[in-house]
Design a binder for this molecule. Structure first.
Ligand code: B12
Ligand code: SF4
Ligand code: SF4
Length: 224
């Protein structure tokens, strides 16, 4: 099968299973950054990035603190993404290729606070959107109201174009962020202020993990 046919078949599987965003990135220039054994990473030249939308109703309950419903939703959506990624890997493997699912949310270095790789960065390279003022991956249709997972593979696939969109004049997240982390220029995002706020939410027992959701709730992707 050629790369177009493989793309359509894998996309159909994912969409039928409930995936809302599907994109493919060439990772041959970025895989050296991954915290995955080079002997494995070097064999994988594409990332399939999958996104699933969040519940607008659950998000809209968030006002100035994350809610218990949002925390549960966060866990369920991560688990859903990890399951679809596993099933996608099995389909690819049965065709005789390699496929490695990178967990939706797993921190492997607690000092630097990083995962195996950046799903946001791969999402940009797979054409799913752009990095917004809130430092999240923003999609034209879903805003930041989705979570993502990536499957690395060596199967032949066509790749997607980068998005040409950006936040435009929208500054909804700049105004609403309770920590002052979000600035007009996305490059000035203050990771420390954001993390301190998430730690304080956790201390207030809003959630057992570091969640917030305020800048997710307001981001509709520069829609009028
Ligand atoms: C650790 C972590 C955190 C840490 C922060 C660490 C950090 N440095 O960002 C804490 C606990 C604070 C955190 C907070 C949140 N997180 Co978090 N987090 C992660 C996790 C597990 C790893 C992130 C990581 O490794 N970062 C390392 C750095 C290098 O990468 P990065 O920050 O992701 O990406 C930047 C660089 O790649 C840089 N960059 C450098 N070179 C290049 C080149 C190109 C071409 C591009 C495009 C970018 C780029 O731009 C990117 C954006 O700043 C990811 C899952 C994953 N594995 O990606 C989720 C993830 C990033 N988190 C997510 C979310 C939603 C949140 C929260 C909203 C919490 C919540 N759920 O309520 C907040 C938002 C904070 C914010 N506004 O950024 C989502 C983002 C979804 C989206 N639509 O963007 C992710 C992808 C989880 C998921 N599976 O969906 N998170
Ligand atoms: S996650 Fe919360 S504290 Fe961090 S940037 Fe978004 S709104 Fe601000
Ligand atoms: S809320 Fe507006 S400014 Fe903030 S990331 Fe989303 S589109 Fe960009």
């Amino acid at each position: 099968m050629d790369k177009e046919e493989n793309y359509l078949e894998l996309k159909k599987f994912c969409v039928d299973e409930g995936i809302d965003l599907f994109g493919v990135a060439d990772i041959s220039q970025v895989r050296d950054e991954f915290k995955i054994a080079p002997k494995v990473a070097q064999k994988l030249d594409k990332a399939i990035c999958l996104g699933v939308m969040l519940s607008a109703a659950v998000l809209s309950e968030i006002d100035i603190v994350p809610t218990k419903l949002y925390f549960h939703h966060y866990k369920i959506v991560n688990s859903f993404l990890d399951h679809i990624a596993l099933r996608l890997c099995n389909i690819i493997q049965k065709k005789g290729y390699l496929a490695l699912a990178v967990p939706a949310t797993q921190i492997i270095d607690w000092e630097k606070n990083v995962g195996h790789l950046s799903h946001r960065k791969l999402g940009v390279l797979a054409g799913l959107g752009w990095i917004g003022r809130n430092n999240l991956l923003v999609n034209e249709k879903l805003g930041s109201q989705f979570r993502i997972v990536s499957v690395l593979t060596d199967i032949s696939l066509k790749t997607d174009e980068l998005s040409k969109k950006d936040c435009g004049e929208c500054k909804a997240c700049v105004k609403i962020c309770p920590s002052g982390a979000v600035q007009d220029n996305p490059a000035d995002f203050d990771h420390v202020k954001c993390f301190e706020k998430l730690k304080s939410f956790q201390k207030q027992r809003q959630a057992e993990q570091f969640v917030c959701g305020i800048c997710v709730n307001v981001c509709r992707g520069n829609k009028k």
